[in-house]
Write a protein that binds this ligand. Structure first.
Ligand code: ZN
Length: 178
């Protein structure tokens, strides 16, 4: 296929996704949530994820937000490609997408729709638009609930320690005033 026609096809796919997104909205329930912002273009995105019962796979990804056609089409294509993928596979796909935007990789047959974004790898400002949703999903997948619980526990510990210290100081005060 001549390069000009191929470029038209890419643009058609992106505009079609932008105008008629298939994965716009919020998952129910929301197991993970992640905002992303690309200041150089003004794109914002809010991803929500529904995970499998075991928490090791993505059942559904949805997105909301405002931005250019590239950022929104990229999110819609990503949401479609990641349905039903294990978290491990999804993180591999994030890596592959980022490599693709450096001109170093592309997707195999089963996810080849994502390759339309390749056309923007030569435009540095557009790379950020295409990568926005992928950076956001990476952050969402890497911020596990376990980490959140651990942080909470650590904060509670710190509070208890502070309270103990306070008690000790109070007792010291009592001793000195007596
Ligand atoms: Zn953009």
């Amino acid at each position: 296929m001549p390069l000009g026609n191929l470029r038209d096809l890419y643009q058609q796919t992106i505009l079609e996704r932008y105008k008629n997104p298939r994965y716009r909205g919020k998952t129910n329930p929301v197991h993970r949530q992640q905002r992303g912002h690309n200041p150089s273009c003004g794109d914002t995105i809010e991803l929500t994820l529904r995970l499998s019962d075991a928490g090791d796979a993505i059942e559904e990804v949805m997105f909301e937000g405002e931005g250019c056609a590239i950022s929104m089409a990229s999110a819609d294509l990503m949401a479609e490609a990641l349905r039903g993928k294990s978290i491990e596979d999804a993180l591999e796909m994030v890596k592959r997408f980022q490599c693709m935007m450096k001109g170093e990789a592309e997707f195999p047959q089963e996810s080849r729709k994502l390759n339309v974004m390749q056309g923007f790898a030569q435009f540095p400002t557009r790379i950020k638009c295409a990568n926005l949703c992928w950076d956001a999903i990476k952050a969402a997948l890497e911020s596990s609930d376990i980490t959140a619980e651990k942080q909470e526990a650590e904060e509670q510990n710190a509070e208890e320690q502070n309270a103990e210290k306070q008690n000790a100081e109070n007792q010291n005060n009592l001793v000195t005033t007596e």
